[in-house]
Write a new protein. Structure first.
Lengths: 204, 204
DNA sequence: TGAACTGGATAGTGGCACTATCTTAGAGCC
DNA sequence: GGCTCTAAGATAGTGCCACTATCCAGTTCA
């Protein structure tokens, strides 16, 4: 497959493909000779991954690069997933120890999750602290419902990614899955608010 | 309060404040005479709102303007909340009728929410369709847990906003609340995934 | 043989959110 | 009254990012 065909196959302009090649997001094609290279279905998948991460999740090229370089280095899937999480959670490296929160502790205990330090756990603790800082309190019952919901899908997601064939698919599934579920909550919350508002108005 | 003082009070550069004034995000100060205007605590709050919407939620200036102009026009709080929802949900005007999904119908029935068309409901239907399109299925049990969680907080949020004193506070509470809850899910999901991954590894 | 396409290099574009500069005009002090 | 200081208002410039366009020399295939 030549560059032009790759362009047609993915709906990405040749100029953009060249740009991604320069930026190291897309591995170079098999060089046939000085002025011809051939691209595989791997390239199609990678390109689709790049565009999904950009357009659906809104990652920037640096973030995407930090994921795909790991994939190209052939790191284990779990390490790859950890990086996807770091990026999607917009986790910047912690300065010093992240303080544990009662809310996160409670969730871990409720769900029987292993009580270990991880990037995700740090992110949770920091976010809970941020919510409380702006005056949003998190009653245990709410945490129970939230964590029950995510607990249910985490196992499922993991199966999918563990069984995964292609690295690009694994990344895509993990990143898009997380994003979609979080957005689903946003929409559900909006409908719930609208519903409550209607009720409040109709029965004053 | 003069421009310089407003700048000091909010940590925003005078140049940026001038820019927001030009852009119509910040209402002009009370003009004392040709070269002096005075700003109030209202301006401080508005400026804090603008910066929170930009930096925490990542809205662009167009989106922020679409909210604050409504606030300045003094529209009813419910209409204001609807606009905040539209922006935070990144809802673009529907082209034609949005097709209802079984999943959203099920949620509405489960929760006993009023079954009416709304922007939020449209957003939910479209999002559910998008999730199914990428191969994420939503079992009833999951929808039950998700919607149970949001149902619990929607009432609470509404009380807060209805009781609200300042429009800027209302907008801030609503927007930040939605965003924070959605991000909380993201973090919880990451912890759940990490937990499941650890378990899977420890007991192979 | 020549139009079409390639890889590679370099430069340009457009959008966005500021930021810097310039001009004019009152304010306060002597 | 004159001088300096600073504010407001208008206009132009900046920096970043993700492309996009142009140019060139080499190859291929109709």
């Amino acid at each position: 497959m030549q560059l032009k065909e790759l362009s047609n196959a993915t709906g990405t302009s040749p100029a953009s493909i060249k740009f991604y090649l320069r930026e190291g997001l897309l591995p170079p094609g098999q060089s046939v000779h000085a002025t011809r290279a051939s691209y595989s279905t791997e390239h199609v998948k990678r390109l689709e991954l790049i565009r999904a991460l950009r357009q659906i999740i809104g990652l920037n090229l640096d973030q995407i690069r930090s994921i795909v370089t790991l994939a190209d280095d052939g790191v284990p899937h779990l390490a790859l997933l950890a990086q996807v999480q770091r990026v999607v959670l917009k986790l910047e490296p912690a300065v010093g120890e992240v303080e544990r929160t009662a809310a996160a502790d409670a969730v871990v205990r409720m769900r029987g999750w292993p009580d270990v330090r991880s990037d995700a756990r740090d992110a949770l603790d920091r976010h809970v602290a941020a919510m409380q800082h702006v005056g949003i309190d998190l009653p245990l019952e709410l945490l129970d419902r939230y964590s029950g919901a995510v607990d249910a899908i985490a196992g499922l997601d993991l199966e999918l990614t563990a069984a995964g064939d292609d690295v690009n698919d694994i990344i895509l599934t993990a990143a898009v899955g997380m994003h979609m579920h979080s957005q689903l909550m946003l929409k559900l919350l909006a409908v719930a608010q609208a519903s409550h508002a209607i009720r409040t108005l109709e029965a004053p």
